[in-house]
Ligand binder design. Structure first.
Ligand code: 3PG
Length: 307
């Protein structure tokens, strides 16, 4: 049986070696489709795959239609907005993610970008420090918790808004729970976004929220570009020359923002929050183990969709 790794943005070679070892030692065959540019290449490669490991690659009904043998698809990572869960269920495929495996990498990048923003994009002008600043976490999942852990080392005062997370969990982590997302934006010098992209969250961060940020505020987005209402963001960046926006998920209007707000916006050329050898190894090998466990024992403890 073939376990296919299909990644437009490939894992580090060392992670692929680990995946291969996991797959072959369990008696399965590894298929590898890296850096593909056409969907047709994916459709061809999945034809005889029993399991599929992807990153942000789109897995929709067309992919499931092309994969008659497919039993399990694992998103090596956290966000699974790239997988059509209803189509997976309709095709009898178990869809899983690997929660937590790449979250430290994303959390470290939050600080890479936050320091860059408060030091005026390293332009050489006098900036400010993170120590003593208020950091607001919009969601307190695995990434948010790692950001809070690192923020303590910077001497930041951390707050979080997450209606799905018990307050005790935040308090135990030394984080102050806030009771509305508006309070988070109003109270915090830096806000770091960690919500998933869902029908409810798409376009949910717009002018009404961003304009609440205090003077000199920095908005950091390592989550998904879709959660931002780009017209609202642009409106506030125009009205408030003191605010900055840094993102690992390039907005559709990136070129326009870069031209209009030089020194106040920064976007990575390609989503790179989880692009470390460690995160690739953790998420890639976890995905391989989950494929093996599902194919061999029917273990579906990471299932995301209805059976
Ligand atoms: C995730 O949801 O796990 C991160 O956004 C990482 O995505 P990537 O695997 O495409 O880098």
């Amino acid at each position: 049986m073939k376990i296919l790794v299909a990644t437009q943005k490939p894992f580090a070679a060392v992670a692929v070696e680990g995946i291969r070892k996991t797959v072959e030692e369990a008696g399965f065959t590894l298929g590898l489709l890296e850096k593909y540019t056409e969907k047709s290449q994916l459709l061809e490669a999945v034809a005889d795959a029993s399991a599929l490991i992807v990153r942000s690659d789109i897995v929709d009904a067309e992919v499931f239609d092309a994969a008659p043998e497919l039993k399990v698809v694992v998103r090596a990572g956290a966000g699974y907005d790239n997988i059509d869960l209803a189509a997976a269920t309709a095709h009898g495929v178990c869809a899983e993610n690997t929660p937590g495996q790449n979250s430290n990498a994303v959390a470290e990048l939050v600080f890479g970008m936050a320091v860059m923003a408060v030091r005026n994009m390293y332009a050489g002008t006098s900036g400010s420090e993170l120590k003593g600043k208020k950091l607001g976490l919009q969601a307190f999942g695995q990434v948010g918790r790692n950001v809070a852990r690192i923020a303590a080392g910077f001497g930041m005062d951390v707050m979080a808004f997450d209606p799905y997370c018990p307050e005790e969990v935040m308090v135990q982590a030394g984080v102050t729970p806030v009771h509305s997302v508006a309070d988070l934006y109003r109270d915090c010098d830096l806000v770091s976004i960690h919500i998933p992209s869902t029908p409810e969250t798409r376009g949910s961060i717009g002018a009404d929220l961003i304009r609440l940020m205090p003077k000199g505020g920095v908005l950091v987005n390592t989550a998904r570009k879709e959660v931002i209402d780009e017209a609202g963001l642009k409106e506030v960046l125009t009205a408030r020359p003191d605010l900055k926006y840094v993102a690992d998920v390039k907005p559709d209007c990136a070129a326009e923002l870069e031209a209009e707000f030089p020194g106040r916006v920064f976007f990575t050329p390609k989503k790179m929050g989880a692009q470390t050898a460690e995160a690739n190894i953790n998420a890639g090998i976890a995905a391989a183990c989950q494929c093996v466990a599902f194919l061999r024992d029917g273990d579906d403890r990471f299932r995301l969709n209805k059976a």
